[in-house]
Design a protein around this ligand. Structure first.
Ligand code: GSH
Length: 280
């Protein structure tokens, strides 16, 4: 397995690095970013938080804008940020920002032309952690977090794989994609018109059925311009009430959908994950 280092920058006594590798599950070259906290320089292995970004993002948005390195350095947590879809000239795409490259929705597509490459669910669940754990000084303790489309991805991956993640958190997640325009458009294209096949990728529906709980934290700005039409956190809240799910959902007054919101609360998310990542 070869991976190519593209950049290295010292940050808060740790390192931010970007890599490219050939992905088997996606059938293309993929880029990811990793923040390695200073503890790894002392020979320690550290747990990993996977961060899934939203529509139009690459591996760079979170690392550049969230301001997460200082607290990750203090807590001794590595952060891995993959790209949001397969990419390249030979990879199917769409002119709109919410489908195709930059909009993989963390699903395994079953429909042509997407089904050959759009397997972000498998990539994030299996291929990427296997690569990270074989190359970097990390433990097998993982948590997962994300924003918007990535918040949807993080919740779905954790709810379906409670044995793989210690905790999950999300900012402004697409909480009930089967009932919003972004989700309906993406799921119709990637999964087909048969809506019964969409439930496996809907956090609110999965949460209603969940039996094994991964501790979950969600923050949502009440001035988010996507809140009413696209995000539907109330569906998540109702599902959590039905199953008594350990979900903390905070509405944050005046905050919008941007990385200004994420950077304002990322510290509390990292400290939430720390409690679960360092449990024996
Ligand atoms: N229509 C908007 C939607 C995209 C959007 O808001 N993306 C969010 C995630 S859903 C984001 O993180 N954008 C990149 C950034 O703020 O760095 C656009 O194209 O800018």
């Amino acid at each position: 397995m070869t991976i190519e280092n593209l950049s290295s920058n010292k940050s808060f006594d740790g390192w931010h690095k970007q890599y490219r590798h050939q992905s088997d599950s996606l059938g293309c070259a993929m880029r990811f970013a990793i923040y390695l906290p200073p503890q790894v320089s002392n020979g320690q292995r550290v747990p990993v938080l996977y961060w899934l970004s939203g529509l139009t993002c690459t591996d760079e948005n979170f690392m550049n804008k969230a301001g997460a390195h200082r607290v990750a350095a203090e807590l001794g947590i590595a952060i891995v940020a993959p790209d949001t879809s397969p990419r390249g000239e030979d990879i199917p795409d769409d002119d709109s920002y919410d489908l195709g490259q930059g909009a993989g929705f963390y699903v395994n597509a079953s429909e042509s032309p997407w089904n050959q490459h759009y397997h972000m669910y498998d990539y994030v669940l299996n291929e990427l952690p296997a690569l990270i754990e074989s190359v970097f000084p990390v433990t097998d303790q993982r948590s997962i977090a994300g924003h918007s489309m990535g918040g949807h991805g993080a919740l779905v991956l954790a709810l379906r794989n409670s044995d793989r993640y210690q905790s999950v958190s999300a900012f402004s997640p697409i909480s009930n994609p089967v009932n919003c325009p972004w989700g309906k458009k993406a799921f119709t294209a990637y999964l087909g018109k048969d809506t019964s096949r969409w439930a496996d990728y809907d956090a609110s529906m999965l949460l209603r059925e969940s039996r094994r709980f991964v501790p979950a934290l969600v923050d949502q700005g009440d001035a988010d311009n996507f809140l009413t039409e696209q995000l539907h956190p109330e569906a998540l809240m109702t599902a959590a009430e039905i199953t008594n799910y350990p979900l903390e959902l905070n509405f944050r007054q005046g905050y919008d959908h941007s990385y200004y919101f994420i950077s304002s609360f990322i510290e509390s998310h990292l400290r939430f994950h720390q409690k679960h990542l360092f449990k024996e």
